[in-house]
Write a protein that binds this ligand. Sequence first.
Ligand SMILES: [Zn+2]
Length: 117
Amino acid sequence: MIFEARASVLADLEARGVANAGTVSVLDEACSQRRWWVEQWPEGATYLAGLIAQDVQDALVDAHGRTDRTGLWPLCEGCSDGPLHALHIEPDLGGPDPAWVCDETGTVVAELGRLNR
Ligand SMILES: [Zn+2]
């Protein structure tokens, strides 16, 4: 479960060119915390991948602000005007079937793990 979740989030970091030692260590930290969490609450497995993606997003915003591609991961590439903005996981709870959605337009961009390169 954790390995699949990690692979999905890593694929989306790579898709946007922000997979590096720093972001992968953020991902690994999120996975190790969520591993403990899902051991306490096995039913939470449905939400695991989406929650890890949200944890990584939060940590990257904290570390980078909303000023570059890393802090804005994953950047919405569908909106051509307006301020740059990140996509968000729907459903907000993290699952089931987590997908990246643009808050501005409500457009579903991709399933988690399937962002375009
Ligand atoms: Zn957008």
